[in-house]
Design a protein around this ligand. Structure first.
Ligand code: C2E
Ligand code: CA
Ligand code: CA
Ligand code: CA
Length: 275
């Protein structure tokens, strides 16, 4: 048994080394990717349920790795955050999203995701201001999506930045609402313009009374606080129909469209109203 244990230890040590090497390789590739412009933004519609039309798009980063192919954001954003590269990548995302959105019709907004590191490791207000100015995009057409982890990181540092951005006419959304440890308590620390209810809450609303009741309650909460309410991850016509009966303002999900390359935006805007 002892020998077995040692063998296992050696195996794990070897395994860990492989993991470390993979990480180093990925980190080196990630650095090169910034220089080589291997990133791309895809856009997913935000669909206004009352007006029955697309009112904006969320920018979602894609990495086209020369050998590995497309690497999903969840496989490189955490690493980019850890090694600080997210600041450069984030700046690129801001600039690209603003210049893309400047080509869209006036009423169409763009939403951009930012990491906690962008609040502490860079001057986010300045970066956003420069991206808007370079594209001549009105701040009223720009939304910033932050998760609870951004607030958890350092509330004292983050709040003044959020207020400064809001004073400039930029809207702030709380992303993945309901998934964190204390989402509710954060709702009172900052006047968010929007909450985006996480997709995990929509899954069962069509067949499970309890799931529907929870969704109903979260939507009412957001509405009572004067926030716009978006439900993420809507995949079926049934879910859309249920949400239409609620005080839900906006939906996002594969039922409307998956994220698409920027060249598909005009086509998406021309689609007929969705049921
Ligand atoms: P998120 O901000 O919550 O983005 C929504 C994710 O849900 C996207 O995954 C989207 O493709 C996916 N999704 C949309 N509709 C549906 C649906 O109906 N069903 C299901 N199952 N999924 C749906 P994606 O593009 O893989 O992005 C994952 C996460 O990576 C994002 O989650 C966001 O946290 C992060 N991310 C993406 N782009 C950026 C970026 O530019 N900067 C930063 N900091 N994070 C980003
Ligand atoms: Ca988001
Ligand atoms: Ca989300
Ligand atoms: Ca409302």
């Amino acid at each position: 048994a002892k020998a077995d244990g040692r063998k296992r230890e050696r195996f794990f040590a070897g395994e860990m080394e492989v993991q470390m090497q993979l990480r180093h390789a990925l980190e080196a590739d990630l650095r090169a990717a910034v220089e080589n412009e291997e990133f791309e933004l895809h856009y997913q519609p935000l669909y206004d349920l009352r007006q029955r039309r697309i009112c904006g798009f969320e920018a979602l980063i894609r990495w086209n790795h020369p050998i590995r192919g497309r690497v999903p954001p969840m496989d490189f954003i955490p690493l980019a955050e850890e090694v600080g590269l997210i600041v450069d990548i984030g700046r690129w995302v801001l600039r690209r999203a603003c210049s893309d959105a400047a080509q869209w019709p006036e009423g169409i907004k763009v939403a951009v995701n930012v990491s906690a590191i962008q609040f502490s490791g860079s001057d986010l207000t300045k970066d956003v201001g420069e991206a808007l100015a370079a594209a001549a995009l009105s701040p009223s057409r720009f939304e910033l999506e932050i998760t609870e982890s951004v607030l958890m990181e350092n509330l004292d540092e983050v709040l003044p930045i959020l207020h400064a951005l809001k004073e400039r006419g930029i809207r702030i959304s709380m992303d993945d609402f309901g998934t964190g440890y204390s989402s509710l308590s954060y709702l009172s620390s900052f006047p968010f313009d929007k909450i985006k209810i996480d997709k995990s809450f929509v899954n069962d609303i069509a067949d499970n009374k309890e799931a529907h009741a929870i969704m109903h309650a979260i939507i009412l909460l957001g509405d009572a606080l004067g926030m716009r309410v978006t439900v993420e991850g809507v995949e079926t016509a049934e879910q859309l129909a249920l949400l239409e009966c609620e005080e839900c303002d906006e939906i996002q999900g594969y039922h409307i469209s998956p994220p698409r390359p920027v060249r598909d935006v005009p086509h998406l805007l021309a689609l007929p109203p969705k049921n």
